[in-house]
Structure formats: structure tokens, C-alpha cells
Ligand binder design. Structure first.
Ligand SMILES: [Fe+2]
Length: 260
């Protein structure tokens, strides 16, 4: 059985058939895992990774959220603070369930590190070599999938308080968020006060992407355009737009890929 078949079967064991909320959330993470894997596979090929490293990235991407199923079943939440760190737990689980058995020991180490730290606020300094490449690839693929969801759903439902999670609809960017975004840094979550701050934070994710392929993909999917359309007319958004397109210029050339 291939890894994706094994993973699919594992996720399927959490589907109850009776609890609709549980089943919906299991399905959400199962589908997310497959999309992230497909993005990570394309990234690894486009960036010319060695074949063994491409395989490691594939395993890490497929398994990066493998602890999400247990997390939701046990705690009814995807909030790590209210349950467990799903990266660290997932790394343990992937080994325990034998998902990494087909890999050579060095590949296993890199995949385990990538699963463990895919969700870390900052990547530990001691990660290097294939572990570092692998975690960076998974983080990029994860972000590219999440941002597509956020844009498709959240940014189109900004008048729905259940979606905006209590953020103000005032047409302004908060100073700490604007400053972070202008400097190419990701704003602190706690500084997000308005829905426009939320949008600016998604713009700032661009500079957090680790590989050229990921930045090109971000631009090809026009995530920037959707976000700046939303920010149109919001004070200071022109400054953000100008600094974004200056920073993005190297990845906007030879924009010929049309396969998204
Ligand atoms: Fe995750």
C-alpha cells in the first residue's frame, strides 16, 4: 500500500458516520493533507531536490497534520493551546504508527523534524541540512493551501461576524500591523484589530515563503490582487502595495506558468 493509501485509511478510522461535526472536521484535515502534499511535491520537483529528498518531503507533507484527527476527536478543537502541540505529537505518532518505516534513517529523521516543527512560530536554530529544507518546504505548501482557503472563504464573507472572529470592520490598518507588513515581517496575531489588519497579515506571508516556486505560485494565484482589491481605499494601503510590489518584483518576471 502506498503512503497516501495508508494515510487515507488511517484518517478514515476517525470517521464515525454518526457525528457530523467530527466527520466534517476529519474530512477537512484529510483533504488539506492531500492538497499540501500535492503542493509540496510540485515545489520539491520545481526546486530540483534530489530524488530521496523529494521522497522525504512527500512523506513529511502527507503526515504533517496526522495528529489533527486524534486532536479533534479527543478535544473537539484544532487549537493547540487547548489540546496538544499537533506538530510534536504528529512527529511521535508518525513513527509509532510505522508511517516512516519505508524511509532510510536519515530521511526518517528529516521527515520527523519537519512534522515536529512545521507549526513552530520560529524554526529551531539546530535544524539544518535536509531537516531544514524539508520543514521549509512543508511550511510553504501549508501556507499556500491555507491562504487559498482564507481568501476563498474569509475574505469573501467579511460581513459575517462568525467569520471575522470579532475583528472590527473599521477601514483602517493598525500601526503595528502596518509597520510589520511594510518591513516584510509577519504581524503578531494579537495586534490584529481590524479585518484589514487580517488581510495585511496575509500579504506579509509572502515574504515568509522560503522558496522561489512558492512566491511565484502566490503571485500566479493572484492572492496579492484579491487582498489589495479588498484594501483599496484603506488609509496607508498604498504604501503597503508599493512596498509589496517592490519586494515581489524578482518573482513577477517570466510569469509564464499557467498550470494552477
Ligand atoms: Fe499543521
Amino acid at each position: 500500500m502506498s503512503l497516501s493509501e495508508r494515510f487515507d485509511a488511517y484518517a478514515g478510522t476517525f470517521v464515525s458516520g454518526t457525528d457530523a461535526e467530527l466527520d466534517r472536521n476529519i474530512e477537512l484535515k484529510r483533504a488539506h493533507s492531500f492538497r499540501v502534499t500535492s503542493l509540496a511535491d510540485r515545489l520539491a520537483a520545481a526546486e530540483g531536490f534530489r530524488p530521496d529528498l523529494q521522497q522525504t518531503v512527500h512523506f513529511a507533507a502527507m503526515l504533517h497534520d496526522c495528529a489533527r484527527f486524534e486532536q479533534f476527536r479527543r478535544f473537539r478543537t484544532f487549537r493547540d493551546a487547548d489540546s496538544f502541540n499537533h506538530g510534536l505529537t504528529g512527529a511521535e505518532l508518525a513513527g509509532k504508527l510505522g508511517f516512516l518505516d519505508g524511509l532510510a534513517p536519515e530521511q526518517r529523521r528529516a521527515a520527523t523534524d519537519a512534522i515536529a516543527f512545521h507549526n513552530a512560530r520560529t524554526i529551531p536554530d539546530q535544524l539544518e541540512g535536509d531537516s531544514l529544507i524539508c520543514v521549509n518546504a512543508v511550511r510553504d505548501a501549508d501556507k499556500l493551501d491555507i491562504i487559498a482557503l482564507l481568501i476563498d472563504y474569509h475574505l469573501k464573507h467579511l460581513d459575517d461576524p462568525a467569520v471575522t472572529l470579532g475583528l472590527s470592520t473599521a477601514r483602517r490598518l493598525s500601526a503595528p500591523v502596518l509597520n510589520a507588513a511594510l518591513n516584510g515581517a509577519t504581524p503578531n496575531y494579537g495586534d490584529l484589530k481590524t479585518i484589514y489588519d487580517f488581510a495585511a497579515a496575509r500579504i506579509a506571508w509572502f515574504s515568509d515563503l522560503n522558496f522561489s516556486w512558492s512566491r511565484r505560485r502566490y503571485l500566479e494565484r493572484r492572492f496579492d490582487k484579491t487582498i489589495f482589491d479588498l484594501l483599496d481605499g484603506v488609509p496607508d494601503s498604498d504604501r503597503l502595495r508599493e512596498s509589496f510590489y517592490n519586494a515581489a518584483a524578482p518573482w513577477r518576471q517570466n510569469d509564464t506558468t499557467k498550470d494552477f
